[in-house]
Each structure stands twice: as structure tokens, then as C-alpha cells.
Design a protein around this ligand. Structure first.
Ligand code: LMR
Length: 340
């Protein structure tokens, strides 16, 4: 009987690899960060909710810390169906041919989380997910990490301090241009290799939200951190399209419900995780933490502003304009609220 159910599932899925002998649908969810991060915790929360809401018909296996695949390989693994679900950072969609996602890498474009969420959850987010379909990928949700901070073994206050620094970046042309504009030498590298590269001096520094910095123990190998909030790091939760489309409709809708709840949870904890991680970095005393002054921040901002124009043809002037308009709208609303 069990076998028959299993076969029915496999047939319904049109995708034999996705159901095991017990008839459970298996979702392999691979990611590159530690379990104790916003993404790591939300992946576990999704597993819990998905298994509960589907009454055990779906089993989610979470593989953290690049255990299965590094950055680039995991996207290939998703497209080939070796894994079913990922949540890569928005800076890693370029190599897949979806450079528009680099909108979120533009420095100082988003003033706060509220503006980001409106852009992700609105028309821009829909357009970005639509781009993925032709690549055999379906987008389910946007998850937060937070604003990035710079780190290196030298203090970074003025733009001139970046001169000649080798900075690790994710695989994004915008991030490469950002580091070059600051006078640094960008080096694309998989997340799993960053700690060793910093330790061995292959690169001098990097940028990441503090939760990633601390959970990868980068504070052991970076003497300085500048709280700059110059850019954002978030994620798109994506699935293999053939797998997703092949699921029975009721299961798909239960999984979507699980994803909505996991997303609300993720967005709720992300900022606190970063605040807690910063407190731990300060307590560890291995990294000097510096807060940019408004004047220094203005210098960084002025240096990096031209990137918006430079990347119009790659990202789309409409997407950049729309993000700017949303940011301005949020600022107006917040100012009006503060007056009340
Ligand atoms: C990085 O490579 O720095 C980040 O994208 C890692 C992550 O997934 O948060």
C-alpha cells in the first residue's frame, strides 16, 4: 500500500527523485551560512512548519554551512534538481543571468528595512521573480539579513583608507564596482572560503552583516569593523521550477503557507540577530568597532552615488527609479509620523 502511495506521488510529481520509498516528498534545502543566523533559523522554522502543515507528507532536509554546495555550485544543483530549495543572497543571481537582482547591492539606495520590504513585496519583487522562471527557477519569498558593515585589518574611516585593500566580495558586478570606486581591489570568493582567506592574508577585508561576521568567527581575523550600513544583504528563497510545478496543488499551497509564516518569523528576528552579534563582537574585543561620522558617511555616499547611473543599463532604470521613489515615499511617511 505504502509503495503504491509512493509511486502515485512520484508520478504526480513527474519527478521521481523527489519522493522517497515511504512516499514522503523530500525537499533538500541547502544554504551556506551557520544554523544560528537569520537564514539558518528560518530554514529550520520552514522545515518545522512544512512538515506540520503537510501532515508529514513533505520532509525537509536542511543542509547549512555549505555542507553540500558552495555558492555557485548550489545554484547549479538547484537547476539540475540535485536540491529543491535554496536561499542565496540577492548578490549571487548575476552568474545565473539575472543581473537585475543587483539592484539590492546598490550602495545607500535603501535607507531602512521598511523601504526594502516595500520594494521586495511590490512590483519590483514580482518582476525579479518573473525573470527566474525561464531559468527553471521559481521565487517564493524574500528574506532579510540586514545592512552590511565593512571589516579589514586597517581602520576604514575616510574613502582614502580603502586604497589598495583587497576586499572579498560576492559574485556581483555592482559590488565589484563599489569596491573599485572606493579604491579597493575586489575579489570574488565563495562564502565558505572567506575565513581562511582572511586568516592567510589572501584578502585584507570584507563586508557582511554582523550576524554572518560573528557566526563565521571573522572577528578572530579582522582587527577593524566600520559600522557603515552602506549596503544591504538579503535573500530570495527559490525552488526548482519543475519540482514545484509538479507538486499536488494542495501540498503546494500548504508549503506556501509554511513559507509565509517562516518569512514573517525571519524578518522579525533578523535585526535582533545582527544587534546581538554586534554586542558579542564588542565583548570579544578582538575587533575595534568604529561608527562612521555623518561627514564620513556623506563622503562614502558621494563616492558611490554614480553607481546608480552606471548600472542603469544592467539593472534597469525603471527598477532603480522605482526603488528611489519608494525610499522617498517611506521617508515622507516617517517624517509625517514623527511630526504627529
Ligand atoms: C556572503 O557570501 O557573504 C553571503 O551571501 C552569505 C549569506 O548567504 O548570507
Amino acid at each position: 500500500m505504502k509503495l503504491r502511495v509512493a509511486m502515485m506521488f512520484a508520478l504526480a510529481l513527474g519527478f521521481c527523485g523527489a519522493a522517497n520509498a515511504a512516499g514522503e516528498i523530500i525537499i533538500k534545502f541547502s544554504h551556506v551560512v551557520a544554523p544560528d543566523t537569520p537564514k539558518g533559523k528560518a530554514a529550520e522554522r520552514f522545515k518545522l512548519l512544512a512538515e506540520k502543515l503537510t501532515h508529514g507528507k513533505v520532509k525537509v532536509e536542511v543542509y547549512p554551512n555549505s555542507q553540500l554546495y558552495k555558492d555557485r555550485e548550489e545554484i547549479e544543483a538547484l537547476q539540475s534538481g540535485a536540491v529543491q530549495m535554496l536561499a542565496p543572497s540577492l548578490s549571487k543571481f548575476g552568474p545565473m543571468g539575472a543581473r537585475e537582482f543587483e539592484l539590492f547591492d546598490l550602495p545607500f539606495l535603501f535607507p531602512n528595512q521598511e523601504a526594502l520590504h516595500r520594494v521586495m513585496d511590490g512590483e519590483v519583487g514580482k518582476k525579479l521573480f518573473a525573470k527566474l522562471e525561464a531559468k527553471g527557477v521559481t521565487g517564493l519569498a524574500f528574506w532579510d539579513n540586514g545592512f552590511k558593515q565593512m571589516s579589514s585589518n586597517k581602520p576604514m574611516h575616510a574613502v582614502a583608507d580603502f586604497s589598495g585593500l583587497k576586499m572579498r566580495i560576492q559574485s556581483s558586478k555592482v559590488l565589484s564596482a563599489q569596491m573599485k570606486a572606493l579604491g579597493a581591489n575586489p575579489q570574488v570568493m565563495a562564502f565558505s572560503e572567506v575565513y581562511t582567506a582572511l586568516q592567510q592574508g589572501v584578502v585584507d577585508g570584507t563586508e557582511n552583516p554582523v550576524s554572518n561576521f560573528y557566526t563565521q568567527k571573522m572577528n578572530e581575523v579582522q582587527k577593524h569593523m566600520t559600522l557603515s550600513n552602506h549596503g544591504y544583504l538579503g535573500y530570495a528563497v527559490i525552488v526548482n521550477k519543475a519540482f514545484w510545478d509538479g507538486l499536488p496543488a494542495d501540498i503546494r499551497s500548504e508549503l506556501m503557507q509554511a513559507m509565509r509564516e517562516a518569512t514573517a518569523y525571519e524578518r522579525d528576528i533578523a535585526q535582533k540577530d545582527n544587534d546581538d552579534a554586534l554586542a558579542k563582537v564588542i565583548t570579544a574585543r578582538t575587533t575595534t568597532v568604529y561608527q562612521l561620522t555623518p561627514a564620513e558617511r556623506a563622503e562614502w555616499q558621494k563616492t558611490l552615488q554614480p553607481l546608480q547611473k552606471e548600472f542603469e543599463s544592467v539593472i534597469g532604470a525603471d527598477l532603480i527609479q522605482s526603488a528611489n521613489a519608494t525610499a522617498a515615499q517611506v521617508a515622507r511617511e516617517q517624517a509625517a509620523k514623527a511630526k504627529k
